[in-house]
Ligand binder design. Structure first.
Ligand SMILES: *[C@@H]1O[C@H](CO)[C@@H](O)[C@H](O)[C@H]1NC(C)=O
Ligand SMILES: *[C@@H]1O[C@H](CO)[C@@H](O)[C@H](O)[C@H]1NC(C)=O
Ligand SMILES: [Ca+2]
Length: 362
């Protein structure tokens, strides 16, 4: 929590409060909040229509998936197709598998609905490592990031089922402070530009855009992940309670992703394992009305390298202290109240000073 710093406000040269110097961090929080609010209210007047795009979707009966050339989707590693799912990894140690679209996607605005299932014999925290959904330049690469290459270029949404960082700190017999603790499985988003490494030991925290916890293992009902990319805004929601309700996970404006990347899903197991199943990937094209100005802007600056605007603000927002949305809200609220209070005091002091000055002169 940022305290209102009163020591800086009162200039010793005069009683009048000349200016209120905001702590830098709070300033960024405020800016971030305003930008976010702006974006929220700006969005609602844009109508949307959606169309299922079969060429980018994967669903039962998975016709031709895995056979040469006859499908839009290609399997890799230990991935296997059955009648009910595409199993990226079985519940066995040291496996990795993936399924990748063969066709680059040139849609500007889209929505991916992922129907998945993670289940296995292991008890909680004796399972791993999770699965990922991708929109990347590269495809069909093996690697350590949930079965995909490191330093990938594009978007990754991870369902991380094993708390590496927590276990690492526990192993060093350091006390694990609650503020850094996170409940796993954890859903997390990351944008890579080809030279950003995923920190597996820290569960990707240094590069995360945001995330949420999601108890998705060994559930009887269906579990879904929803990834929407509209007008450079990335929204992730989850439906894991069997109530057919989407729950917000993350929502970030200013995410710049190039066109022509590939969709995919991958998973990996290590010493610990799980079945990581994809039941379907449904890709919807969204048609979004844009103003002329927006269209011109987008045409002028074609995106070639993925990036995220205000990445440092995002990092400040979730900072080391792990400020939640609520605490940011209260910080801002109390800071504003503090400002108003100081201004009022300043005005009172100023008017009294003015009056005494007048008395002196007349
Ligand atoms: C990728 O992002 C990192 C960190 O933001 C930056 O230092 C680097 O220059 C970027 N690389 C490219 C190719 O844009
Ligand atoms: C990923 O990028 C980092 C920083 O650019 C580099 O140090 C590392 O070797 C790269 N890793 C791979 C597997 O290319
Ligand atoms: Ca992990």
């Amino acid at each position: 929590m940022v305290a209102v710093d009163t020591s800086k406000c009162c200039d010793s040269k005069g009683p009048f409060v000349r200016r209120y110097i905001m702590p830098k961090k709070m300033f960024f929080t405020l800016v971030f909040l305003f930008v976010t609010l702006n974006e929220c209210f700006g969005d609602d007047d844009h109508e949307m229509e959606e169309f299922l795009k079969r060429e980018y979707s994967l669903s039962k009966p998975y016709q031709g998936v895995g056979s040469l050339g006859s499908s839009h989707w290609e399997l890799m590693g230990d991935a296997m197709v059955t009648t009910d799912q595409v199993r990226l990894t079985p519940d066995m140690q040291s496996r990795q598998g993936a399924v990748w679209s063969r066709i680059p996607c040139h849609l500007k605005d889209w929505e991916m609905q992922v129907h998945f299932k993670i289940h296995g014999q292991g008890k909680k925290n004796l399972n791993g490592d999770g699965l990922a959904v991708w929109y990347t330049k590269e495809r069909m690469q093996k690697g350590p990031v949930f079965g995909n290459m490191d330093n990938f270029t594009g978007l990754g949404i991870f369902v991380d089922t094993y708390p590496n960082e927590e276990k690492h700190i526990e192993a060093q017999k350091k006390r694990y402070t609650p503020r850094t603790q996170r409940i796993f499985p954890f859903v997390l988003a990351m944008v890579g530009n080809g030279s950003i490494s995923y920190d597996h030991e820290r569960d990707g925290r240094p590069t995360e855009l945001g995330g949420c916890n999601a108890m998705v293992r060994n559930l009887k009902h269906d579990t879904f992940l929803f990834i929407r990319y509209v007008r450079r805004r990335l929204t992730v929601m989850i439906d894991i309670d069997g109530q057919h309700e989407w729950r917000d996970c993350l929502d970030i404006p200013g995410v710049r992703l190039p066109l022509g990347y590939y969709f995919g899903a991958s998973a990996i197991t290590g010493d610990l394992s799980d079945n990581h199943d994809i039941i379907s990937l449904k890709l919807y094209q969204l048609t979004v009305l844009r103003s002329k100005k927006e269209e011109e802007e987008e045409e002028q600056e074609e995106i070639t390298i993925p990036s995220v605007d205000n990445m440092d603000l995002l990092r400040l927002g979730q900072s080391d202290e792990g400020m939640s949305g609520l605490s940011i809200f209260f910080t801002v609220l109390f800071s504003m109240l503090g400002c108003v209070f100081l201004i009022i005091i300043g005005m009172v002091v100023y008017s009294q000073w003015n009056e005494s000055r007048r008395k002196r002169f007349y």
